[in-house]
Write a protein of this length. Structure first.
Length: 356
């Protein structure tokens, strides 16, 4: 089982999946969590994950000072800073690093999220004797086109890791977290993470797939972090160049300077034709690679504009396949050369590269 540590403050939240290592130090950044300083949380896996080092003096578990006990699913710890609770740490365990979501279509109107029995998303979560979810914790609104959320609770609602103050408009791809309950906004629907303690009202949410891209949104370009499904293949068949022009014996070339100049001109023209043939192949492969692996700057244009690249899953063969770095790569335009080919062709084959 994998251990997930969810860290909450008054203004933000963040999940930390503990790695397969003996020791790890997590950092709750002051800027992100609205704290007076960074907080370092050191954990050891020896004998089961547990906190260790200086941070233990500021931790309380179930209201009493933390005593180096192993963490287990459902644990809640409080980190005190300057005499007040600065962070709440929730411990979860899961079998896979990837979470499973179910998709639902949504009718226009309001969906209440909370512990009350009549909520569209009924959810409870308690830890350390404290109930974190109120009866009508949040109201999710859908007008048929766009979503919004209203926080009606004491403990907060978080959108993309930031706490909502009052109400907030939601965009396609936004993640809503309510103390372990995770929702992702789709086009006219929701993706809801399968969560213990969650009941979905069938009369409010209808199971069904939603399009992965907002309908009616005019996209100027297709940008993704993996190879699109339809690609022109790289051309890998070897190129057989035309034979080099025949030359006279060395004696005739030496005594007939004009004849030698003609041979050099013919040889230069032949080499230019072979070079152009190689370059055409290289340029074609370069275009395929640029379509398959957009540059980082290209991808960031959409990421910074608010679109999200989360719609991949480990069942897909190209999951986490991405372009890393810039630079030239071999052209893939191999030459089928005879044994007596001029040396220039061997040098030419090494020189031509694709600008990746």
């Amino acid at each position: 089982m994998l251990t997930l540590l969810s860290v909450y403050s008054e203004s933000a939240r963040q999940d930390f999946l503990l790695p397969a290592a003996e020791n790890v130090t997590l950092c709750a950044r002051a800027e992100r969590f609205g704290l007076g300083r960074d907080i370092a949380l050191t954990l050891s896996a020896a004998g089961g994950w547990h906190f260790t080092g200086p941070c233990t003096a500021s931790l309380r578990h179930a209201g009493v000072p933390y005593a180096d006990q192993p963490l287990k699913a459902g644990d809640s710890l409080a980190y005190y800073l300057s005499g007040r609770v600065a962070l709440v740490l929730l411990v979860r365990q899961q079998a896979s690093p990837f979470a499973a979501y179910d998709r639902y279509r949504v009718r226009p109107g309001s969906i209440y999220i909370g512990s009350a029995a009549d909520c569209g998303l009924q959810f409870t979560f308690s830890s350390g004797g404290q109930q974190y979810i109120t009866q009508y914790h949040a109201e999710l609104r859908f007008d048929g086109t766009s979503f919004g959320i209203c926080d009606r609770s004491r403990n907060g609602v978080f959108v993309n890791g930031r706490r909502v103050r009052g109400s907030a408009a939601l965009a396609f791809g936004d993640e809503v977290d309510i103390w372990g309950l995770s929702l992702v906004i789709l086009n006219g629907g929701l993706a809801v993470r399968r969560t213990p303690g969650l009941t979905v009202a069938s009369g409010v949410l209808t199971p069904g797939n939603q399009p992965a891209v907002p309908l009616g949104a005019a996209l100027s370009q297709t940008v993704c972090h993996r190879a699109p499904r339809s690609l022109a293949p790289l051309v890998a068949a070897p190129i057989t160049p035309e034979a080099a022009p025949a030359g006279d014996a060395g004696f005739l070339s030496a005594i007939l300077p004009g004849r030698r100049a003609e041979q050099q001109t013919a040889h230069t023209a032949w080499l230019a034709r072979v070079t152009a043939q190689l370059q055409d192949r290289c340029d074609a492969n370069t275009r395929v690679m640029h379509a398959q692996y957009p540059s980082a700057a290209h991808c960031l244009q959409d990421a910074l504009a608010g679109r999200h690249l989360w719609q991949r899953n480990p069942a897909q063969a190209d999951f986490l396949t991405c372009r890393a770095g810039l630079g030239d790569v071999p052209s893939g335009a191999a030459l089928a050369l005879p044994a007596d080919a001029p040396a220039e062709l061997y040098k030419l084959q090494k020189k031509i590269r694709c600008a990746a």
